[in-house]
Structures are given as structure tokens and as C-alpha cells.
Design a protein around this ligand. Structure first.
Ligand code: FE
Length: 173
């Protein structure tokens, strides 16, 4: 192989490498979120002042994600936590209106009655460095909203368990 051909080969390898990189990192946009897909995972940025639940539900619906795992960090100034009492099967909701760090957001994606449902829990850091934690009903981003979503290749269904009063995994469906 002469020098010109070697040069041509190097350019060809560089172009195909770049094309592969671009194809491997696609970007997406939706209602109050932007995302980049890297490999099988997504990095999702939730817009300032947007609802976490609305943005992530719009994201999983638009990307047709039926199951998977969510993790995240960021900040909020309005969060509603929900506490479930199995003995009464009742919920108590409490709203926290203050600037807080989302020190951890973790949850999963499944399907309930044909619709994608997110089950999210959150740990919030207050100004005095104490933490609040619980089941997340919703929170409004104030600052950054940085999530990672790991889709799974299967459909995972939850169904209402009347005895317990919650949607639980139903692997028979
Ligand atoms: Fe929960």
C-alpha cells in the first residue's frame, strides 16, 4: 500500500469513528426536558421550575420506555412527600416549600393499566443540612435536575393489590 492509500485509509477510519460516535450519542427534546442517549442509557436534564413527575413521565412516554431504573440529583423548592400507612391503607401528603438539594432520587418504571408509571423516592437536603426523605408525589426543580434513566428490554406490569392497598409487581401478566 502506497502513502496516499494509507492516508486515505486513515481518513476513512477517522470519519467512520466520528459517525459511530454521533450515532451512539443521540439527543432528544420533550416537554420541559432534554436528553442524550449514550449506549442503552439516557442522561435527562429537567428544566428549571418544571415538575419532575411531569417531565420524566413525558420522557418515558415519548421514548416508549416500558420498564427501567431512574436515578437523579438536583435541587427543588417545592416537594410533596407521601406517606402510606398499611394499617389504614391511607396516604398522608406533606408539602415542603423551601430550597432543598435533591441528594438522591431513585425509582423505577413499570406499567399500570396500560400506562407508564414512575415509582420515585427522594432524599432532600435542607438548608440546615438535615435530610427529609420519602415517597415522592412530585417536586418542582429549582436549579438543576440531572437524571440517569436505564431502560430495560422487557415490559413490567404492576397491579393493585387490594389486600395491601398498593400497586405491586405482577409477574404473571
Ligand atoms: Fe413509594
Amino acid at each position: 500500500m502506497n502513502q496516499t492509500n494509507i492516508k486515505k485509509l486513515i481518513i476513512l477510519i477517522a470519519i467512520s469513528g466520528l459517525t459511530l460516535c454521533i450515532a451512539n450519542a443521540q439527543t432528544f427534546k420533550g416537554s420541559h426536558w432534554t436528553a442524550r442517549k449514550t449506549g442503552d442509557a439516557y442522561i435527562v436534564s429537567i428544566q428549571d421550575k418544571a415538575s419532575i413527575l411531569e417531565a420524566l413521565t413525558d420522557f418515558v412516554t415519548s421514548r416508549k420506555i416500558q420498564a427501567g431504573q431512574i436515578t437523579g440529583i438536583g435541587a427543588t423548592n417545592e416537594a410533596t412527600l407521601r406517606f402510606f400507612d398499611p394499617s389504614t391503607k391511607k396516604y398522608t401528603d406533606r408539602i415542603f416549600n423551601e430550597q432543598m438539594e435533591i441528594s438522591n432520587l431513585s425509582g423505577n418504571i413499570s406499567e399500570v393499566e396500560g400506562k407508564p408509571v414512575l415509582h420515585l423516592h427522594i432524599t432532600l437536603g435542607r438548608k440546615d443540612y438535615t435530610a427529609l426523605a420519602g415517597h415522592l408525589l412530585d417536586a418542582r426543580i429549582r436549579g438543576a435536575g440531572e437524571c440517569f434513566v436505564y431502560p430495560m428490554d422487557s415490559k413490567v406490569i404492576k397491579a393493585k393489590n387490594e389486600e395491601i392497598g398498593l400497586n405491586l409487581y405482577d409477574f404473571e401478566q
